[in-house]
Design a protein around this ligand. Structure first.
Ligand code: 4NP
Length: 157
């Protein structure tokens, strides 16, 4: 069983959505027996909270219920997970700093390394923006997670 961790800043907007979409899409792809998912934030501001109300509302409009509780990244996550995917370069940089000897460099990357349309860009932070930002983030994460799962679990790996 492989383990995937999605990381953003607050663990209430982007990464819990990535976790929920990954659970749903992996079931659709028939690979739920191969991989599990979790999410966390680099910040400690929202520990224990449900995803942001706007994120939950948008997810629900897209047929997805989000029920995770926010937690902060912990350095023991490096040993626990096979893939650690950050939503943006600032959060990737912050977890790389915690890996002081760079021994886990190969398991870390950006969510949008798997976005064939805009490879390597940041998933924008919707927290301080309007409603349409949440649907834009949903679309970005949906296609990136789908491509990640297809590339890593369906194409002969
Ligand atoms: P997230 O969004 O990193 O996608 O969960 C944010 C949530 C909260 C804050 C910033 C971004 N905040 O500053 O509290």
């Amino acid at each position: 069983m492989k383990k995937v961790l999605f990381v953003c800043l607050g663990n209430i907007c982007r990464s819990p959505l990535a976790e929920g979409l990954a659970i749903k899409i992996s079931a659709e792809l028939g690979i739920s027996d191969q991989v599990t998912f979790d999410s966390c934030g680099t910040g400690n501001y929202h520990i224990g909270e449900l995803p942001d109300e706007r994120t939950r509302k948008n997810a629900k409009q897209n047929g997805l219920e989000l029920t995770s509780q926010a937690r902060q990244f912990d350095k023991k996550d490096f040993r626990e997970f096979d893939y650690i995917l950050a939503m943006d370069s600032a959060n990737l940089s912050n977890i790389k700093k915690i890996d002081m000897t760079n021994q886990f460099d190969k398991i870390m990357g950006l969510m949008r390394d798997y976005d064939l349309e805009f490879k390597g860009q940041d998933v924008p932070d919707p927290y301080f923006g309007g409603e349409q930002g949440f649907q834009e983030v949903y679309n970005i994460i949906e296609r990136s997670v789908r491509q990640f799962l297809t590339a890593e679990f369906l194409n002969g790996k």
